[in-house]
Design a protein around this ligand. Structure first.
Ligand code: AMP
Length: 508
């Protein structure tokens, strides 16, 4: 038996053939035996068309076919390229070209936008609507055995969001992805047959990764009918399925907490949050609402979902003397993963000192696709350079400050936006906040806070007073700008680049 990710599905189908595998909303669409059968047929059709290691792009909103296609690609010895379905056709074009994808599957609603790219992207032979008779015919091919794979074979090309320049394709091998699966079981949560995961976050990203541990343990993959995140829908799905996990960006968790229902959440097993900072006040509110069901992960495309984790037990240990500090952290290194906070020469810094977060271990990418210069730069000295800035405490808990490019330098001092944001969120009148630097002739940069108020905007003098109570005077925002909402990307990350651009436009 080869160590192919596709074996995870084959094994579950052998052991739990009758367990439900996929659902749309409350409706089960297939069992594990049926899913494995469809995947092996689809894989055979793909393998007839493409030799091993070729790339197959997926431009699809969350749908059950996502799971089929991921596993069919691996079953056939191919590499999946899941692409953010919200990208502009020009961005899609770049990724299709860059990855050398020869086939692209699109969900029905996106097909018309994607199909013309077959003319402009040289390598692309066909765009297939995942809801069409053509797709159904692929699922009717004669089944094939799982293709042999080596640990270093590419399994998933993950395109970075490219907030700075062109997106880069992170090459994740069979070994990298398998390490992320094992990491889930060792450090995030247990999964039993019959449990479920609701894919409310994009499957091209973190939620897609979490199909793997759930398939590995014969749990149900649920795609909400809306195809995305809708708080009332999540609450109603919790009545339909049991042992439910949700992977959610912190902003989604906040929306669930803010949703005014007295819903029954007995069936909720775990909310795994990550992908962006969870503020302490929001984390406590979520613990108060859901009980001890929270786990956190910190990862990035280059070490998918797998750098540090903080399990439910630590979230539950409210009597621990460092409870608050731990909630403000992203937890400890995953089992078998090394995390270092390094100086400019990648040497380890003592506990408490701030530097770049470096990572080494099995989940760390092989490199960027067809980009040896960027790979060498990011993986220099054998460490993944995350671009995140943080510090480790004496117990190995990592606290992230910010992306290095988000750090504000004012009058020669470093200001970490996160620290200022945490303070402002203590104010009852502040719902969300994002702090950025604005160019300033005298200070280099000054601190600007974009605040989403909860009801009437709070008094600026109160916000100032709060800051002066908790942080050094120079970190206090010079200006508060009250806004209705913060700009966010499809995975819920606040787009600080857009906030900075807004400030430049105002200045110009
Ligand atoms: P991506 O590669 O799009 O998944 O983005 C990864 C980045 O999101 C990381 O480098 C961090 O800056 C941020 N991130 C991910 N998880 C967390 C977390 N738990 N807390 C704070 N930031 C996070």
């Amino acid at each position: 038996m080869s160590a192919n990710l596709a074996q995870l599905l084959v094994r579950s189908a052998h052991t739990y053939p009758e367990q439900p595998a996929l659902a749309i909303g409350a409706r089960i669409t297939c069992t594990y035996a049926e899913l494995a059968g469809r995947v092996s047929r689809l894989a055979a059709a793909l393998a007839q068309q493409l030799p091993a290691n070729e790339r197959v792009a997926l431009v699809m909103k969350n749908c059950p076919q996502y799971v089929e296609l991921l596993f069919a690609c691996w079953h056939a010895g191919l590499c999946a390229v899941p692409i953010n379905a919200k990208l502009h056709p020009r961005e899609l074009e770049f990724i299709l070209q860059n990855s050398g994808a020869r086939l692209c599957f699109a969900s029905a609603d996106l097909f018309d936008a994607v199909a013309p790219l077959a003319d402009s992207v040289d390598c692309l032979e066909e765009v297939i609507d995942a809801d069409s008779p053509r797709y159904a015919s692929l699922c009717a091919a004669a089944p094939m055995a799982v293709a042999a794979r080596e640990a270093q074979d590419p399994a998933w090309l993950f395109y970075t969001s490219g907030t700075t320049g062109r997106p880069k394709g992170v090459t994740l091998t069979q070994k990298n992805v398998m390490a992320a699966v094992l990491g889930y079981f060792s450090d995030v949560d247990t999964i039993a047959p019959g449990d479920a995961i609701i894919h409310a976050a994009p499957m091209s990203h973190g939620s897609g990764f979490y199909t793997l541990p759930h398939v590995a343990h014969a749990a149900l993959n649920v795609v909400p009918e809306s195809g995305g995140f809708d708080a009332p829908e999540i609450y109603s799905l919790l009545l339909a399925h049991r042992g439910v996990t949700l992977f959610a960006a912190p902003t989604m968790v906040k929306r669930l907490v803010d949703h005014p229902v007295d819903a029954d959440t007995t069936n909720l097993k775990t909310i795994v949050y990550g992908g962006g900072p969870m503020y302490v006040a929001d984390c406590k509110a979520a613990l108060a609402r859901f009980g001890d069901k929270l786990a956190q992960i910190y990862g990035q495309g280059e070490s998918p979902m797998t750098i540090t984790a903080m399990g439910k037990a630590i979230h539950a240990a409210s009597d621990h003397p460092r409870f608050e500090a731990r909630l403000a952290s992203v937890g400890q290194a995953f089992t078998g993963v090394e995390v270092r906070v390094g100086d400019a020469n990648d040497r380890p810094l003592p506990a408490g000192e701030v530097g770049e977060v470096l990572v080494r271990g099995d989940p760390v990418m092989a490199g960027y696709w067809a980009n040896p210069a960027a790979s060498a730069e990011t993986l220099r000295n054998g460490w993944l350079h995350t671009g995140d800035v943080g510090s480790l405490d004496a117990d190995g808990f990592l606290t992230l400050m910010d992306r290095s490019k988000d750090v504000i330098i004012s009058g020669g001092s470093n200001i970490y936006p996160r620290e200022v944001e945490e303070v402002l969120l203590r104010h009852a009148g502040v719902s969300e906040v994002s702090v950025v630097g604005q160019q300033h002739p005298e200070w280099g940069e000054v601190v600007i806070a974009f605040v989403v108020p909860r009801g009437a905007p709070p008094d600026k003098a109160d916000l100032d007073a709060l800051c002066l109570d908790h942080i050094a005077r120079f970190k206090r925002p010079k200006t508060y700008r009250f806004v209705e909402a913060l700009p966010k990307n499809s995975t819920g990350k606040v787009l600080k680049t857009e906030l900075r651009k807004l400030l430049r436009d105002v200045q110009a």
